[in-house]
Design a protein around this ligand. Structure first.
Ligand SMILES: NC(=O)c1ccc[n+]([C@@H]2O[C@H](COP(=O)([O-])OP(=O)(O)OC[C@H]3O[C@@H](n4cnc5c(N)ncnc54)[C@H](OP(=O)(O)O)[C@@H]3O)[C@@H](O)[C@H]2O)c1
Length: 337
């Protein structure tokens, strides 16, 4: 894999969440620069290109991909487009950072991983919540053994999300709330509590009736360690402040994290210790992940969040969908991720 001794050229595809990617790149001019912007709407592409100083703003993905000086492609588009865009980028020899989920289907994820390997390019998935400091602290606490063996965990994403555009269409999303917002919860539990071997789930569409996919899902997880866990994910819960939290109960103590104040608390019966990490905001976590991706491309070092991590989180979400369809638990083969 070639190293770069000059700033890398970046194409950003999608100008909504993609704008945050462009902002992150524009903040490291000595290491990377936005060369091309692509969006479905011409005005969005032009405006965003002007804002971030890109050489072109276009509605043509091929034009952005093939523009001279593009080394990496950031895919920030609806989920069903991640795979075709990543496959074309790999064929063109470009490194790829794709927003989560890695793809809408497992078959697409496999094709992306194979194509990136064949082309010897980086493929990383934006599972940015691993870059929030309170989540890193929770993982370190679990690894330190201070809470003993984790036997029960739960994760929540509970809030009211207005739904627009492609998010009504289950095929474009690859499902509904679970594969979209729930993806971070799945990845965090797997990252901290280990591999998942069995999944059972229930879901429904209770509030956003025009959605084809679920607006609410409840997923029961069995971990390879023997621990059990569950994820409650909903776009229909009316609350002034969305809840995005984790709880990890161990034989000697318990850990909670909360995105509302970027806190981690842990207790061992007698005391509760709380730490907060407001210095890394949610957008900062995305920017830190992007800086890490730029490092990996420039130096050839492997990413801390691999494409296989993205595939494994997607495999768990898809197992949940299978469980919902068949009304039974689904057993997962042990992964090599
Ligand atoms: N990591 C996180 O926490 C996080 C948070 C939010 C979203 N995301 C992810 O980011 C991705 C995008 O989500 P979003 O919320 O930004 O969706 P969104 O608001 O609907 O925006 C989608 C973007 O994709 C562009 N687009 C659609 N089709 C395109 C095409 N064929 N070629 C080029 N651009 C195209 C749209 O262009 P126009 O605007 O010109 O129509 C728009 O800019 C998804 O993978 C989502 O899961 C991640």
């Amino acid at each position: 894999m070639p190293r770069f001794s000059r700033p890398i050229g970046v194409a950003i595809i999608g100008t909504r969440f993609g704008n945050l990617h462009a902002e992150a790149i524009s903040e490291m001019p000595d290491r990377a620069r936005v060369v091309a912007i692509c969006s479905a709407t011409e005005e969005h592409a032009r405006q965003s290109a002007a804002k971030w100083g890109a050489e072109i703003g276009t509605t043509s993905f091929d034009e952005a991909l093939c523009h001279p000086g593009v080394d990496t492609v950031h895919i920030c588009t609806p989920h069903h487009l991640h795979a075709p865009m990543a496959l074309a980028a790999a064929r063109a020899g470009k490194h790829i950072l794709t927003e989560k989920p890695i793809a809408a289907t497992l078959e697409d994820a496999d094709r992306m991983i194979e194509a990136a390997q064949a082309a010897d390019v980086r493929l990383m998935v934006s599972l940015n919540q691993r870059f929030l400091l309170h989540h890193q602290r929770a993982k370190l606490l679990v690894e330190s053994g201070v809470c003993g063996d984790i036997f029960l965990c739960h994760a929540t994403f509970l809030g009211f999300s207005p739904i627009k555009g492609w998010r009504f269409d289950a095929a474009q999303v690859g499902g509904g709330a679970l594969i979209d917002s729930g993806m971070h919860r799945i990845d965090l539990l797997r990252w901290i509590a280990g591999d998942v071997v069995r999944v059972q789930a229930a879901s429904g569409r209770y509030v956003h009736q025009a959605m084809q996919g679920e607006d609410t899902a409840l997923v029961l997880l069995h971990f390879a360690s023997g621990a059990v866990g569950h994820i409650a994910c909903s776009w229909g819960v009316r609350t002034p402040v969305r809840e995005e939290a984790l709880m990890l109960a161990g034989t000697q103590g318990t850990i909670w994290t909360d995105n509302r104040d970027m806190s981690v608390r842990h207790t061992n019966d007698q005391t509760i210790e709380q730490e907060t990490f407001p210095e890394v905001s949610y957008p900062d976590s995305v920017k830190n992940l992007i800086r890490h991706f730029v490092d990996c491309v420039q130096t050839g070092t492997p990413p801390r969040v691999t494409a296989e991590d993205g595939r494994e989180a997607l495999r768990i979400a898809q197992a949940a969908y299978t469980s919902i369809r068949i009304g039974n638990p689904v057993t997962l083969e042990r992964s090599s991720a």
